[in-house]
Design a protein around this ligand. Structure first.
Ligand code: SF4
Length: 289
């Protein structure tokens, strides 16, 4: 059992504060790069407004978007069965103290418990390893982008072309609703549930990380060019910055299946991670699961 130097509840509050008030550096750099190449005046103004908002949020320590999302957690390393309750307590405290918008409701009655908890919350994915640390990662996911999630169980005969077409169409059909410029998370393969999980996990991969798989890397590059050539632009108002990046993960699948899922991250693709060791906690926003 690891002796935790800082209560997990406090670490979770710190993580949610960091994720909501400070955009990861790689996303900020991508926005700046886009402003450098954007020639459409409206798009350039939109990118400027987004970057200005990001700077102000960090400066005053307030969330960068009113939709502070639903926190999705990933716990990796060594942990015990108390971790879920401690993360839940951290979410409750963060909602009251930062504050975060209480977003979670019962899906049918729409009753809001006010603390971003409720049945099945918070969402926690567990990745046990033999490492000598506990790593907690949070991805606050807003509804505007989450509602644009698309899963297709393609016919294997559709092949790479069919996969590319589905990803392109999903992003373009979403239009301005996921608050572009977006980061496109894609899962290919697995079963339907694994595919959906991979698409969201893909959003955690920093934009400056090179995909180690050359086939996936080429698909990411081709989609980046095609989507930015679509003319959709920031907030769907036109321009050449529709996406900041495309991140793809894959897993083996049944010979008769070809699942593909697209999970879009908005310009406010937020993430933060804490690696807890015996001698302290290290926070970062460049998460690799
Ligand atoms: S999609 Fe993102 S930027 Fe748009 S409202 Fe939701 S959280 Fe905010």
């Amino acid at each position: 059992m690891i002796k935790l130097p800082e209560p997990v509840e406090d670490v979770v509050v710190n993580l949610l504060r960091l994720a909501n008030t400070k955009l990861p550096m790689d996303v900020g750099w991508a926005l700046e790069a886009a402003a450098g190449w954007e020639t459409n005046e409206i798009a350039y103004t939109q990118l400027g407004a987004i970057m200005d908002n990001v700077k102000k949020a960090e400066h005053v320590g307030r969330p960068m978007c009113q939709d502070t999302g639903i926190p999705v957690f990933y716990v990796r390393g060594r942990f015990d069965s108390t971790i879920a309750g401690r993360i839940a307590e951290g979410v409750k405290r963060a909602t009251a103290n930062i504050p975060l918008r209480p977003n979670t409701v019962d899906p049918l009655t729409r009753e809001n418990c006010g603390s971003n908890l409720g049945e099945g919350m918070p969402i926690i994915h567990y990745i046990p390893t033999d490492d000598d640390f506990t790593e907690i990662t949070v991805l606050p996911k807003g509804a505007g982008s989450e509602n644009m999630t698309r899963l297709a169980m393609l016919n294997p005969a559709d092949g790479v072309d069919g996969v590319m077409r589905f990803i392109r169409d999903s992003v373009l059909d979403a239009g301005g609703r996921p608050c572009p410029p977006s980061i496109v998370g894609v899962g290919i393969g697995g079963t339907s549930d694994v595919c959906v999980s991979m698409a969201k996990e893909a959003l955690l991969t920093p934009l400056d990380d090179e995909n180690p798989d050359p086939v996936l890397r080429k698909m990411e590059e081709d989609l980046f060019v095609a989507l930015n050539g679509s003319g959709l632009g920031p907030m769907g108002l036109g321009g050449s910055t529709t996406v900041l990046g495309v991140r793809i993960k894959k897993a083996a699948c049944h010979t008769a299946s070809l699942p593909v899922c697209v999970n879009i991250g908005c310009w406010a693709t937020r993430r933060a991670s804490a690696r807890i060791r015996d001698d302290g906690v290290e926070y970062s926003q460049g998460v690799r699961l």
